[in-house]
Design a protein around this ligand. Structure first.
Ligand code: AGP
Length: 624
């Protein structure tokens, strides 16, 4: 969940650089933030509650800094619980992403050994354990190698002693072994000028300053929870894996095995995403930008995606049972996949929330296949689900947006969505990309790989026209009409049902209205009891076999005084408002959601909520 950013390099305004890095990570958590810089043997820290507004003033120039933006798990949202946390010596600063499940007993031990802990967090225990490990190593050193200074820089690896150059990394490695749960820790030590991190769960990426290509650099190294924050500095990245420790110094980066301490080779990857792609450009919010990027994205997938979709189709066509899984918006894509594969290719499958997948995994057998959907590729419930499926011999596939993410390394087949950075907490364009690839794959599974290329193009044209053909004004009028309502419903049928769930989720996430999506058929089995005069009810009414059914449903809620908004090609008297969607057939599936994504955006602006960083949420959920 939280965001970590670190820098070591030539002395500069490291605090502002780390601040800028945290701004790009803020969608990972925005309860509080903090930055520590090392200068003249001391740690200087600035921390505050809430979102990052302005760079901290008064922190000295420095060549090393570490920052954190928090999604609170243990300890209230206070300045005292904000990271970085220090130790008793004042020479360390530590940030943490994850949950230290055994922190209570560790804390009791530290207090008993005389440490003073200043926060309620689990994270702070790691800072004091680090202090102890460094002291223990110094004592060991003084016995074994009194001839060498404690923090010498000649490597030492060759002569059998642990690499004292990466002393902080070694100490952090030992701390990591004492912690239970999924955790990523990063720390700086002002006495040795070292920045180090250990990964077991939450994502960590090293950015290598553009140097000589074998770990040599231009004297700058960066550390971040995801690449979006690194693109402004470098595109040469090292994805730190679970069970690895990394040591960063201006002159270089070293990687070690967290179990043995043995050095590991650096696997530097060049990423294609550009810093500009991650920028707002002419838009006010990332949500707005990413909604309007969908037509271009659909056209690109129509042009270039058939081969990847055909490869996915081969996987989907494997003999055994087929399971689709994900969380939140990604689960809605999985559920849509279930309908599309059945409709288009007669391929049965099951869609299950990843956090509910445990019992399903236990029933899997070799030959069965599981496809995971995840924008970030880091959602812990999804990683748990695929690991459980692997343990039962299932073949694993995934549709992922973030290159190099953990999920891409856990599965047999990865389809990269290629939607570019998705910065708003609300997932929009990657949902559309998942549906586009599912449509192409369903066509390929039915023996016509290009069957839905025109479908994607038609949807792209319909979405693009929204901006200029007056429908955006209709969306805004509807937003104004319902902005003060607290409850609303979205109804869909068959493949329109997961779409209704997704539309309601978008509105829920960013407006804090109680929006519910339902299968229209469930209405008379209870839901209709919630409808009262003025209750907004959105009915997804594509042309074709479901249109009459949906119009009847609209009439039933209208009879209870609902404010009925029709989403479809044809106007009807039962509607109080009609948002036309001209794209027909399965193109409706892709074209009907963007008007509702825009409605969520307009409602957020009217209700004064933050379209990109809604309360209590984070972009990727890396804790259980
Ligand atoms: C969607 O807008 C939300 N941000 C959330 O439901 C999200 O889809 C879910 O957390 C899954 O994330 P993932 O796709 O990165 O795995």
């Amino acid at each position: 969940m939280c965001g970590i950013f670190g820098y070591t390099g030539v002395p500069t305004d490291a605090a502002s650089m780390v601040f800028a890095g945290l701004k790009k990570l803020e969608y990972r958590g925005y309860d509080s933030w903090g930055i520590a810089v090392g200068s003249e043997g001391a740690v200087h820290t600035a921390r505050d509650v809430g979102k990052l507004s302005a760079p901290p003033m008064g922190l000295p120039e420095s060549g090393m800094a570490l920052g954190h933006t928090r999604w609170a798990t243990t300890g209230a949202v206070t300045e005292g619980n904000a990271h970085p946390h220090g130790d008793c010596s004042g020479r360390l600063a530590l940030v943490h992403n994850g949950i230290i499940e055994n922190y209570v007993s560790l804390r009791q031990g530290l207090v008993a050994r005389g440490h003073t802990l200043r926060s309620e967090t689990d994270s702070e225990v790691a800072a004091h354990l680090l202090e102890e490990e460094l002291a223990r190593m110094d004592a060991e050193h003084d016995v074994q190698r009194p001839d060498l200074p404690r923090a010498h820089t000649d490597g030492g690896n060759g002569n059998g002693a642990w690499p004292y150059r990466a002393r902080l990394a070694e100490a952090l490695r030992r701390v990591g072994q004492q912690l239970e749960g999924l955790n990523a820790l990063a720390a700086l030590d002002v006495t040795s000028g070292e920045l180090a991190a250990v990964k077991n769960g939450s994502p960590l990426i090293v950015g290598i300053g553009s140097g000589d290509g074998n770990g040599g650099t231009d004297g700058a190294q960066y550390l971040a929870s995801d690449m979006a924050a690194l693109l402004a500095h470098t595109r040469r990245l090292v994805y730190v894996r679970d069970g690895q420790v990394v040591s960063l110094r201006p002159e270089g980066v070293e990687l070690f095995d967290a179990e043995t301490g043995a050095p590991l080779p650096l696997d530097i990857e060049d990423v294609q995403w550009t810093p500009e792609e991650a920028e707002l450009g002419a838009y006010h919010h990332y949500l707005e930008k990413e909604i309007w990027e969908q037509p271009t994205l659909l056209r690109r997938i129509a042009d270039e995606g058939v081969d990847a979709a055909t490869e996915l189709a081969r996987f989907l066509g494997l003999q055994g049972e087929l399971h689709l899984t994900g969380c939140g918006t990604a689960f809605h894509a999985a559920l849509t996949g279930r309908y599309l594969l059945a409709l288009e290719a007669g391929r049965p499958s099951l869609a299950t929330y990843a956090h509910e997948f445990g019992p399903i995994a236990a029933s899997l057998e070799p030959g069965d296949a599981v496809v995971a959907f995840s924008q970030s590729g880091e959602t812990i419930d999804v990683l748990d689900a695929v690991r459980a499926a692997r343990a039962h011999g299932a073949a694993l596939g995934a549709l992922v947006n973030v290159p190099g993410s953990t999920l891409t390394r856990e599965v047999d087949l990865t389809l990269m969505l290629g939607a570019g950075p998705e910065r708003s907490v609300l997932s929009t364009k990657t949902f559309t990309a998942k549906l586009a690839y599912l449509l192409l794959a369903a066509g390929a599974l039915a023996g016509e790989p290009a069957r839905h290329v025109p479908t994607l193009r038609a949807a792209a044209d319909d979405i693009a026209a929204l901006r200029t053909d007056g429908r955006l004004d209709i969306v805004r009028d509807v937003a104004h009409h319902i902005a003060d309502r607290e409850h609303l419903f979205v109804l869909g049928r068959n493949v329109g049902y997961p779409l209704a769930l997704e539309a309601a989720l978008k509105i829920k996430e960013v407006t804090y209205m109680h929006a519910e999506g339902f299968a229209a058929g469930e209405l008379k089995h209870g839901v209709i009891a919630l409808v009262e005069p003025g209750t907004p009810v959105f009915v997804l009414t594509p042309a074709g076999p479901d249109e009459a059914y949906m119009l009847t449903t609209a009439g039933e809620v209208k009879a209870r005084g609902a404010y009925v908004v029709g989403i479809g090609p044809h106007h009807h008297a039962v509607y109080d408002a009609h948002i036309p969607v001209h794209a027909e057939g399965l193109a409706y599936l892709l074209a009907a959601l963007p008007p509702l994504q825009l409605l969520a955006y307009e409602l957020a602006l009217l209700r004064g909520t933050d379209p990109d960083r809604p309360r209590n949420l984070a972009k990727s959920v890396t804790v259980r």
